[in-house]
Design a protein around this ligand. Structure first.
Ligand code: COA
Ligand code: AMP
Length: 633
């Protein structure tokens, strides 16, 4: 391909490749630092990389004060739209700054200082955004835990982050249902070994939580007595947040994001990847509990002077599949970012796009999708209904911003079905074979990034650099392994084919089958089990458990199913969606005893099986196939 667009991309990429440090220092120069950095990348005593070590800044200052200095005081910074509570609110930059600086003052009253951790377990309400920015203002390290996680998951994160405070709300509101957060927080604090000094609770009218004095403090009362505080200048390498994400075991990984690289990378991505202009409206229809919410609901739009949208609703049922388009019309949204699963849900209920046609969506320039593979049917439907550029882009919690995308701020490239387009200038992406050698075009392998990772990517795993090195960096020195498999074509387009580990993606939620196996295996009647992902038309993937019962177990399949479903909901949360459980006589294994999970997945998905020659007894797969087919009738 020799289009001008491709040349523009190549030029930008070459500019980066020729001198990565100069490239990034130039991008850094576009922010208003307290002390402008002169150094690009540096390495610590463990050889881990950090960006802009000699710079000082404050992310909250850049997201709010600086925007006001640039004349945006009266521009709307944050729109809150909540169809589940029928509430709508707008905060200008001046109003948001006021709320944030008072709340930062309230946190200071409780003794929170730079470096303290603060866990935020909250629904999609403005107070959650205010809390994140207030932590950033003080240099306190926030760790937001997705509201759909069960108390045990929250407890594990509290024990790892060891926060001084937990911020929460009395409840979340799902469609037609109130989820009482505070009792879950109480339970988590009993389960956790770490003791927090206080909890700060935002009481919502849908449910008033009971408070335990002196530990629990009412949010509004504390803020009413607070005074405003200014942003604290902090080293660029100071952690802005810890965000836990699923790995291959039950212990989540605390991704650490340093504030300098984060601000530079997000600012750059808004322009180059998303093609936005300050003053425009950017809507990431995700949740603040996920990286998409951190980067593209809270920080990036504000750092770039855009208006951001916090939507407490669903793509469907709030009240119908026209919900997204209603929001686009109402707030003149310019770019919408969500997960393919959200659009599959809309497509299912509005296949002909009749609801789409009822709204004036002319403001919308681009649709961005990420979080899971974008299937061809959803891509085609979205394009034919909206007639907009549909941009699949690939990244992960660890990187914090897009690794591969069609860079809308450069000249957009032609899209290719099934591809997240090209590596974003700033990332050096390679596909490696099992020996760490680069793969040829179209040859599938492990997708790796050359180190040092660009600014904004994780600097380590919280309090566990060994896990960072072992999990990502040590297999092939000089490379970060993404955990995704895929290939490049001859023009450098990236095709992501799926995870190479136990991580699965259920409705855009990243979960660990390893963790689910631990929960299933802990059931008294279970001798052994395998949990793996099966394809699902709506959610992309859903977990399936195959279970061998202990001899003498009297449980029926229905009883076992009910108990395991409840264990998973209690231990991980309803979002895990484990519903399909099959009792089998034995599991397929290699002669060395390794369970053949890949073959189980192929069997359930109806794919051709590649059975390894090392299988212990091939008849096992036939037995399970018969049982599975019977269970599906
Ligand atoms: N707090 C508490 N519970 C939550 C929750 C939250 N924040 N989010 C989800 N849950 C619960 C739901 O109530 C549901 O519980 P139930 O099984 O008792 O009904 C369960 O978790 C599963 O919820 P969900 O994954 O939302 O599935 P759904 O079938 O209700 O809806 C979709 C399907 C596709 C509409 C929905 O999954 C969706 O909007 N997905 C998009 C997700 C997304 O944007 N991800 C972006 C990451 S980039
Ligand atoms: P998370 O860390 O929750 O953002 O999940 C990251 C994982 O989601 C990646 O490692 C991929 O497996 C998957 N993913 C994200 N975006 C895409 C995409 N555009 N195409 C395919 N898989 C994706």
């Amino acid at each position: 391909m020799t289009t001008t667009a491709y040349q523009a991309y190549q030029q930008a990429y070459e500019q980066f490749e020729q001198d990565p440090e100069a490239f990034w220092l130039h991008k850094a120069g576009r922010l208003n630092w307290h002390t402008t950095p002169k150094k690009g990348v540096s390495y610590d005593h463990e050889s881990l990389s950090h960006w802009f070590e000699d710079g000082q800044l404050n992310t909250c200052y850049l997201a709010l004060d600086q925007q006001i200095n640039e004349g945006r005081a009266e521009q709307v910074a944050l729109i809150y739209d909540s169809p589940v509570t029928e509430q709508k609110e707008c905060y200008t930059y001046a109003e948001l700054l006021e709320s944030v600086s008072y709340f930062a003052g309230a946190l200071s009253e409780l003794g929170v200082v730079a470096g303290d951790r603060v866990v935020i377990y909250m629904p999609m309400i403005p107070q959650a955004v205010i809390a994140m920015l207030a932590c950033a203002r003080l240099g306190a390290i926030h760790s937001v835990v997705f509201g759909g996680f069960a108390p045990k998951e929250l407890a594990v994160r509290i024990d790892d982050a060891k926060p001084k405070l937990v911020l929460s709300a009395s409840c979340g509101v799902e469609v037609g249902r109130v989820i009482e957060y505070k009792p879950m927080l109480d339970e988590a604090l009993v389960l956790a070994t770490h003791e927090v000094e206080h909890t700060l609770v935002w009481q919502r009218p849908q449910y008033r939580a009971s408070m335990l004095t002196p530990r629990d403090i009412d949010w509004c009362e504390l803020v009413a007595a607070a005074t405003q505080v200014d942003a604290v200048p902090l080293p660029a390498t100071h952690p802005l947040y810890i965000l836990y994400t699923s790995g291959t075991t039950g212990v989540p990984k605390g991704v650490v994001r340093e504030q300098g690289g984060h601000a530079v990378a997000l600012h750059y991505s808004m322009e180059t990847v998303y093609g936005m202009k300050p003053g425009q409206v950017f809507w990431a229809a995700s949740d603040i509990g996920w990286v998409v919410g951190h980067s593209y609901i809270v920080y990036a739009p504000l750092l770039f002077g855009c208006t951001t949208l916090l939507y407490e609703g669903k793509p469907v049922r709030t009240p119908d599949a026209g919900a997204f388009w209603r929001v686009v019309e109402e707030y003149q949204v310019n770019a919408l970012f969500s997960a393919p699963t959200a659009f599959r849900a809309i497509k299912k209920e509005d296949p002909e796009g009749k609801l789409f046609a009822q709204y004036n969506t002319r403001s919308l320039q681009t649709l961005f999708l990420a979080g899971e593979r974008l299937d061809a049917a959803t891509y085609d439907w979205l394009q034919s209904v909206t007639r907009l550029p549909v941009i699949d882009h690939w990244w992960q919690t660890e990187t914090g911003w897009p690794i591969a995308a069609n860079p809308m701020g450069l000249s957009p490239l032609p899209t290719k079905a099934g591809s997240a387009s090209v590596p974003t200038p700033g990332y050096q992406l390679t596909v490696l074979d099992a020996n760490g050698e680069p793969c040829a075009a179209y040859e599938q392998g492990l997708i790796a990034l050359k180190t040092p990772l660009p600014p904004g990517c994780l600097s380590s795993i919280w309090q566990n650099s060994t896990r960072f090195k072992q999990g990502y960096l040590s297999e092939f020195p000089g490379y970060y392994l993404s955990g995704d498999g895929g290939y490049l074509d001859e023009e450098g387009y990236v095709f992501i084919m799926g995870r190479t580990d136990d991580v699965i993606n259920v409705a855009g939620h990243r979960l660990s089958t390893g963790e689910m196996e631990e929960v299933v295996a802990a059931h008294d009647a279970v001798a052994e089990c395998a949990v793996f992902a099966a394809k699902d038309e709506l959610k992309g993937q859903v977990p399936v458990a195959m279970v061998v019962l202990k001899d003498g177990s009297q449980l029926t399949q229905a009883q076992l199913r009910e108990e395991l479903v409840q264990s998973i909901r209690r231990r991980i949360g309803a979002i895990a969606c484990l519903k399909q459980i099959l009792v089998v006589e034995r599991l397929p294994k290699t002669r060395s005893g390794k369970i053949l999970r890949k073959n189980l997945r192929q069997l359930v998905d109806g794919e051709a099986m590649t059975v390894p020659s090392t299988i212990d007894d091939p008849a096992t797969l036939d037995e399970i196939s018969t049982l599975w087919k019977a269970s599906q009738q």
